[in-house]
Design a binder for this molecule. Structure first.
Ligand code: NAI
Length: 653
């Protein structure tokens, strides 16, 4: 079947795009639409046209294979102008997703009708871009400017229901889209072609003061990203200087952004996330089907993992130590899922069904049918051995057995199991039902089928699964430990906690290292340091400041004192007591303190990340530098628009 087909049904022309998987606006699609337009314009019998797509979705974006290549005519902005100028009314019939250029095509049409489950959005900012085919100029003429600003600067798609409410759609249908579009076409035959969108006035154009507010709110949210601000200037330009100037300005900005470092970084991480879990050695390996998931331990992580598994549609059984702990685990899961209900993400019926799919037990026999089990008990090797011993006894021979350990040696855990080939690591991030990152840890003994099953499980949970090998801290925690050590050295050498944190925030991290430690609580890592003290290399530099804080009863944000002191609103304030402690420690060690600039601080942090990343690559813990970037961006707040520490510091795979 050709990419674009035109059929005539009495007075109605139907243009069907068939360019799987996402009906991208490739050259074949663009020129196919133009050919169809020529035929429609030249045929006096045709009085309306429907633009519809085959397959799973409407046009959901650009053709990534054309990225970075010189544009080939007809370019999308011109195709859309042609649709808009057509002598017959065009109706976009939308199902699945109308994203980016797809929504811009729909905006060029004179009417839009969508399936009730469709989603519509302009996600260009996620790639460091703005819509480049008229989106910033047309959208504010169809829906209120505030809604257009929100869609374009957030990049988040909206539901068909919301789109209908704000005037982006002319109709939604719960039935067959093609039929609904044909019925709709018949109702407009007598109306003729409506005025061009570009000829309309913007809806609720903001005043100059309102633009200032919009700009400062966007700047705050953008945390250093330039595309959302460029989008604001394009929208404003199109409103204040008219559509023609608006379209020119938008195109200019689009091209400028396309060639920017931020867009390159965002495109790097976008593609890295999509390729990181594709392992050639697992190609063609069939994963085991998964129906029932077991979770051992219903604490912070276990309850989050159980929630994520339930939301993915699995039956879940939590095993705990006693009935009270079972009840606690169930209550935490219920709280998480009630959150989804409250936010309108699930219905009451779905909530009830999910809770009915959850069971708890203190008896491992309840896992005799489990297809995959994730252990999330205390971080203690003896406890883990005990749990895996029981899992070996009670689970089916092909059940995948995973540990969520943060630091313990999973090879050692596997070595004591009856079937070590099915033991792997699944290292979730907290909160496990929200954080997208998942490190999938290959043990020495894991077989291909267990790994393939783990990746399939991750996919079902909607996670970004990054394969990695066994080492202390895997990819993410290991890099974090390395740069934390260097931040602590900087404290003794002359920096203060709030200075280091401010440099990190300025760079684009959501918070600095010390504020993050305060939030997590200082006593757990203190306990680990005390446990590891006898094994520490006395020749290695050791910074005891974190230990002193705990000895002083400063355990972090929860008791109002840590690296910072917290005011009544929970806001971190630099604490002179901590600064004095830091300065006294330098004196005690005979270190002459010196000033650090923000740039120097960042150089130290990025250098530490890079050098640990290089070691991780050399040891084969990560398959490539992309995997490290994906982990740091998705699990550790590394600013996405900088692409990750390996990309930023020169990616030499
Ligand atoms: P937690 O203390 O909140 O929960 C542990 C749960 O395991 C408790 O509910 C406890 O009753 C249960 N448990 C202990 N022994 C058990 C046994 N023999 N059988 C059944 N249940 C048992 O701990 P958390 O934070 O959930 O950590 C669990 C694991 O996840 C640890 O290995 C930790 O290193 C790892 N992890 C923790 C992260 C975090 O941010 N908290 C992040 C990633 C991994």
């Amino acid at each position: 079947m050709s990419t674009v087909t035109l059929t005539l049904e009495n007075a109605i022309a139907v243009i069907t795009i068939n360019n799987p998987p996402i009906n991208a606006t490739s050259h074949a699609v663009r020129s196919g639409i133009v050919d169809a337009l020529d035929q429609i314009d030249g045929n006096d019998d045709i009085r309306a046209a429907i633009l519809i797509c085959d397959g799973k979705t409407f046009i959901a974006g650009a053709d990534v294979s054309e990225f970075g290549q010189p544009p080939k005519a007809p370019i999308l902005p011109d195709v859309i102008k042609r649709i808009e100028a057509a002598t017959k009314p065009f109706i976009a019939a939308i199902h699945g997703h109308a994203l980016g250029g797809g929504l811009e095509v729909a905006l060029g049409c004179h009417y839009r009708i969508a399936d009730s489950t469709a989603k519509l959005g302009l996600p260009e900012v996620n790639l460091g871009l703005i819509p480049g085919a008229g989106g910033t100029t047309r959208l504010p003429r169809l829906i209120p400017v505030s809604e257009a600003v929100s869609m374009i600067t957030s990049g988040k798609p909206i539901s068909a229901t919301k789109a209908n409410e704000i005037g982006l759609l002319d109709a939604i249908t719960h039935g067959a889209l093609g039929d609904a579009a044909r019925d709709f076409a018949k109702t407009i035959l007598s109306r003729g072609t409506p005025a061009w969108l570009l000829a309309r006035d913007p809806i609720d154009a903001p005043s100059s003061a309102q633009w200032d507010d919009i700009t400062s709110a966007t700047k705050k949210k953008a945390r250093g990203q330039v595309a959302p601000l460029a989008a604001i200037s394009a929208i404003r330009n199109g409103i204040e200087h008219g559509p023609d100037a608006g379209l020119d300005f938008e195109r200019e900005k689009f091209i400028e952004l396309r060639d920017s470092d931020q867009s390159k970084a965002l495109r790097h991480i976008f593609f890295a996330e999509r390729s990181v879990a594709k392992l050639p050695e697992l190609k063609g390996v069939e994963p085991n089907p998964i129906h029932q998931v077991g979770v051992i331990g219903g604490g912070i992580m276990g309850a989050g993992i159980a929630t994520a598994s339930l939301l993915a549609g699995f039956d879940v059984t939590i095993i705990e130590r006693d009935e009270a702990a079972c009840d606690n685990g169930r209550a935490t899961v219920e709280k998480h899922i009630a959150g989804s209900l409250k936010r309108g993400l699930i219905s009451q019926d779905r909530f009830d069904a999910l809770m009915a799919s959850l069971s708890t037990s203190i008896d491992y026999a309840a896992l005799s049918h489990a297809d995959l089990v994730v252990e999330a008990v205390f971080e203690d090797m003896a406890v883990k051995h005990d749990v895996f011993g029981k899992l070996s006894l009670h689970c089916k021979a092909d059940a995948v057995l995973a540990s969520n350990t943060s630091y313990l040696d999973i090879n050692e855990i596997a070595s004591r199991c009856i079937n070590p080939q099915r033991v792997i690591g699944l290292h979730f991030f907290s909160p496990a039902h929200i954080m997208k990152l998942l490190e999938v840890v290959r043990t020495k003994s894991a077989d291909a089928q267990s790994l393939a099953t783990a990746f399939e499980f991750a996919r079902a949970l909607g996670k970004i699964a990054v394969p990695c090998g066994v080492c202390d801290g895997f990819i993410g925690n290991r890099i974090m430990s390395a740069y934390r050590k260097h931040c602590e050295y900087m404290l003794e050498d002359g920096a203060l906690p709030d200075q280091i944190d401010a440099a990190m925030v300025e760079f684009g991290f959501p918070m600095g290292l010390f504020a993050m430690q305060d939030m997590a609580g200082l006593e757990i890592s203190w306990a680990t340091r005390k446990r590891l003290a006898p094994f520490r290399d006395p020749a290695e530099r050791y910074v005891a400041l974190g230990d002193y804080l705990c000895e002083m009863g400063r355990f972090g944000k929860k008791n109002g004192l840590g690296w910072y002191h917290y005011d009544d609103n929970g806001k971190a304030q630099p604490d002179p007591e901590v600064d004095a402690l830091v300065i006294a420690e330098s004196a005690k060690k005979g270190i002459t303190r010196r000033d650090f600039t923000s740039t120097e601080i960042l150089d130290v942090i990025l250098g530490a990340m890079r050098s640990e990343g290089d070691k991780i690559l050399a040891e084969g813990i990560a398959n490539n530098a992309d995997a490290i970037d994906v982990v740091m961006v998705n699990g550790y707040g590394f600013p996405r628009h900088k692409g990750g520490p390996m990309f930023m510091t020169g990616n030499e795979d």
